[in-house]
Design a protein around this ligand. Structure first.
Ligand code: NAD
Ligand code: UFG
Length: 357
């Protein structure tokens, strides 16, 4: 097989998937504009994958480019012959920010994807794995979420995923030389167990796990629990958290499945199990060895009480089942949080990476 191009490969999920692909002996090309990631991640990916300097040079390439720049994309494919598959992670991903800056989200995510599909077509690259999200399921579906459920969204970020899925399905159906897998992630958390790579949100995190990690590290004062009056066992919201290394393995399985398949297929990537906010906090307290201050505040607008996946299709068709539990997710996230706090070059993310409104 040729090489695998990872758009957004320097980001949270892309960097972990890069490590898993290197472990499976693939050659990879990371294409990123570093709008939400650090350049130093490439070196940390190579170290995590235990590559020698020679191996790192021959098996990992970096292309610093923006998907919005068509010429740079064409050049990326021209200078990297032998790309066999593209795994498309690149995109803006914050739900709240997408409501404030819809144009930036539609522009970056939709135009970026259309440019990528055009460049792939021109370069004769016919296989694509796309980072979708559980947010594409309409909120009135009962849990667990099945791939066949009705789709929709409630925010611009979610609509970009919904629209990109549709664009990819249409191009595959028209038989224009594209085959694709759409991966609908539930709640990826955790980090590689070696602790050199992990999630690195800028500013105050929106998501629960990175927020809890920063409280544990003393960078934030207390956890805010968004509602404890839901109809759930302890009243707090329930989600399907999946370890990012399980997610990375899911990508490798999807990519290998795509080798001899045509068409377009969507798969949930989750564990099929729900964990409440309080359960997650307790697991993190065990991981970091201390009680964490928290207070219950009002419900967050737009939150659903319970979201978890039906994972039968990925198990049956891709042969993929997530194996890591909440304890491992929290242990690994805490190890990364400590490394991150002490990391040399920790100021690199102080660059102005804001998106235009
Ligand atoms: P991330 O922000 O860490 O990584 C995305 C990467 O894409 C970043 O390195 C960023 O610099 C790059 N990027 C963004 N726009 C670009 C552009 N125009 N050109 C080139 N590079 C660009 O995010 P992540 O958590 O790793 O998520 C990866 C993908 O998975 C995203 O598409 C996201 O929407 C999707 N997803 C993430 C989650 C989650 O909870 N993390 C859940 C569901 C879906
Ligand atoms: N929560 C808190 N306090 C916080 C943050 C979150 O109590 O500070 C709660 C939420 O109310 C929810 C749970 O923790 O019950 C998880 O919230 P996250 O923000 O971590 O995750 P979401 O499920 O809301 O959203 C995530 C991604 C979205 C994606 C969605 C798909 O962030 O991008 O999963 O299901 F669209």
């Amino acid at each position: 097989m040729g090489s695998i191009l990872l758009t957004g490969g320097a980001g949270y999920i892309g960097s972990h998937t890069a490590v898993e692909l290197l472990r499976r002996a693939y050659h990879i090309i990371i294409l990123d504009n570093f709008s939400n990631s650090m350049r130093s991640v490439i070196d940390r990916v190579c170290r995590t994958a235990a590559l020698s300097e020679t191996d790192a040079k021959s098996r990992v390439s970096l292309v610093e480019a923006d998907l919005l720049d068509k010429a740079a994309l064409a050049e990326a494919f021209a200078s990297s012959p032998g790309v066999d598959v593209v795994i498309h992670f690149a995109g803006l991903k914050a739900v709240g920010e997408s409501v404030e800056k819809p144009w930036a989200y539609y522009h970056n995510n939709l135009v970026g994807t259309l440019n990528l599909l055009g460049a792939m077509n021109a370069a004769g690259v016919s296989r694509l794995v796309f980072s979708s999200s559980a947010t594409v399921y309409r909120a009135d579906n009962p849990v667990p979420y099945y791939e066949g459920y009705a789709l929709g969204s409630t925010n611009p970020y979610g609509w970009t995923k919904f629209m990109i899925e549709q664009i990819i399905r249409d191009i595959c159906a028209a038989n224009e030389g594209l085959s694709a897998v759409l991966l609908r992630y539930f709640n990826p958390i955790g980090a590689h167990p070696d602790g050199l790579i992990g999630e690195d949100p800028k500013g105050i995190p929106n998501n629960l796990l990175p927020y809890v990690a920063k409280v544990a590290a003393g960078e934030l004062d207390e956890i805010r629990i968004f509602g404890d009056d839901y109809d759930t066992p302890d009243g707090t919201g329930v989600r399907d958290y999946i370890h990012v290394m399980d997610l990375a393995e899911g990508h490798a399985s999807a990519m290998e499945y795509l080798q001899d398949r045509k068409g377009c297929c969507a798969f949930n990537l989750g564990t099929g199990r729900g964990t409440s906010v309080r359960e997650l906090i307790r697991a993190f307290e065990t991981a970091c060895g201390k009680r964490l201050p928290s207070k219950v505040v009002g419900r967050r607008a737009g939150d659903l009480p319970v979201v978890y996946a039906n994972v039968d299709l990925a198990a049956k068709v891709l042969g993929f089942t997530a194996s890591r539990g909440i304890e491992e997710m929290c242990d690994d996230a805490w190890r990364w949080q400590q490394y991150r706090a002490a990391m040399p070059g920790n100021t690199e993310d102080q660059e102005d990476n804001s998106t235009p409104s």
